[in-house]
Design a protein around this ligand. Structure first.
Ligand SMILES: Cc1cc2nc3c(=O)[nH]c(=O)nc-3n(C[C@H](O)[C@H](O)[C@H](O)COP(=O)(O)OP(=O)(O)OC[C@H]3O[C@@H](n4cnc5c(N)ncnc54)[C@H](O)[C@@H]3O)c2cc1C
Length: 412
């Protein structure tokens, strides 16, 4: 039966979910204080990775943190004023890093993300933007064989779950990406992975198609949710109240501002990342490159070459610290010594990150007619369309193709 469904959030997760709900014939309204795709979904690395099933925290994570924090070019920063606030989240992250839990997390993520290309296909075909999706594979490059061998676990976790990969020696890395003219002794090629050539255009194109199909997108800030005994009653917005029947919360790193009101306590951090996009780099790449030692991806976007990475914990509201992006720019010059750095633009975005690297997908635990779709952390682009499809199945009473039990909100 068709329902009236309101979604909070017009990022890739909200727009993909709204698109799948509209395909089922529901009346769909998306509410966001910004135009579609202008928050975290604007500037990610664009990687679509059916194999990204490895959580952020692996055994031994605690021992690595001091090294990361003391390295000015390192991938991690915690603002001193935010440390105590984030401490419970970090403790949960450490608890999720034991090997048995890591295996469970990988078992849950792999079936969800495996669907990424398949779940985006009908959406991009309908919106006539198939050109955005490129299944080129990606190359992983390590400066030394020893560093590659130290990183055996994340690749084993992927390989054990059927992710295809080909080992590369120095010559193999160079053959895959001839532009990598530094010294890389070892690496991998993962043929089933790929990328979105412009993540902002993807979300905006799907949003425009949703509107053509009769979906509504309203630019309003949600201030509160009125809840009654039978479920949500109204959204309180800066442009007045909106009556509610069924609600889907996809507000990215702000989602926990509303879950408390709905009776669910959720550990969610804004894990801030940065990008630098070089619009005239004087080189192109045949595919994205992942440099695990720096924890960065370099992606050939339609806007130029983009390097993206960094994890900064400072909360949602603190101003960006663009010296984190300067770190990426320096790394780019080391990875591709010939690159032209004129016309570089810098950006900061807030990954909605859960301490166990699993998103929250499924019904609220206390209030009927409320569903959650947030917390995708580093894989929200990969996870957007698969999440939307699974949630539409759930709302329609069809069994989702993915087991959603590991993503339930009550797991903490
Ligand atoms: C540097 C970087 C690189 C990344 N690379 C990749 C990658 O290669 N592949 C990948 O899969 N993922 C990647 N990610 C992660 C990915 O970008 C995110 O997981 C994803 O964009 C989250 O989408 P979302 O729709 O949940 O959130 P968002 O895009 O943040 O959307 C949430 C929306 O909710 C709205 N909202 C919040 N509060 C309110 C309110 N009160 N009222 C109205 N609206 C509200 C916001 O305005 C926003 O538009 C990367 C992230 C970063 C930062």
């Amino acid at each position: 039966m068709a329902k009236n469904i309101t979604l909070i959030g017009a990022g890739i997760v909200g727009i993909a979910t709204a698109s799948y709900l509209r395909r089922d014939g529901h009346a769909v309204t998306v509410v966001d204080m910004r135009p579609p795709g202008e928050y975290c979904s604007f500037g990610n690395a664009g990687i679509l990775s059916p194999g990204s099933c490895v959580p952020q925290a692996l055994p031994g994570v605690l021992g690595k943190v001091p090294g990361y924090l003391s390295d000015p070019l390192g991938p991690l920063a915690i603002r001193p004023g935010h440390f105590l606030k984030a401490l419970p989240w970090f403790l949960q992250l450490v608890a999720a890093s034991r090997l048995s839990r890591v295996e469970q997390i990988a078992n849950a993520l792999r079936p969800l993300l495996k669907q990424t290309f398949d779940a985006y296909a009908p959406l991009v075909q309908h919106a006539q933007v198939t050109d955005l999706i490129r299944q080129t594979g990606y190359t992983v490059a390590y400066s030394s064989r020893a560093a590659f061998e130290r990183d055996a676990l994340p690749w084993k976790l992927r390989r054990d779950r059927g992710v295809l990969m080909e080992e590369l020696d120095a010559a193999g890395v160079k053959t895959k990406v001839p532009q990598l003219n530094g010294h890389y002794e070892a690496g991998l090629y993962l043929p089933e992975q790929g990328y979105v050539a412009n993540p902002e255009r993807l979300t905006k194109s799907l949003a425009a198609q949703l509107q053509k199909d009769g979906g509504r997108i309203l630019q309003r800030k949600v201030l509160d949710i009125e809840v009654g005994p039978d479920g949500p009653r109204a959204l309180v917005t800066d442009a007045g109240n909106m009556p509610l029947e069924t609600l889907v919360l996809c507000a990215g790193s702000h989602s926990n501002e509303f879950t408390m009101k709905l009776g669910d306590k959720v550990p969610l951090e804004a894990e801030r990342g940065y990008h630098v996009t070089f619009s005239d780099p004087r080189m192109t790449l045949p595919m994205p490159v992942f440099l695990p030692q720096q924890k960065v991806f370099v992606t050939p976007m339609e806007m130029g070459l983009r390097i993206a990475g960094q994890s900064e914990f400072a909360g949602n509201e603190a101003a960006p610290n663009y010296s984190r992006a300067d770190v990426l720019e320096k790394q780019m010059q080391t990875i591709f010594p010939g690159i032209s750095c004129v016309d570089a633009t810098k950006w900061m975005g807030r990954r909605p990150s859960m301490p166990d690297s699993l998103p929250v997908i499924g019904p609220a635990s206390k209030v009927p007619n409320v569903y959650y779709a947030f917390g995708h952390g580093h894989v929200g682009l990969c996870g957007g369309a698969p999440t939307g499809r699974a949630l539409a199945d759930l709302i329609a009473g069809r069994p989702p193709a993915v087991d959603l039990a590991p993503f339930r909100v009550t797991r903490f």
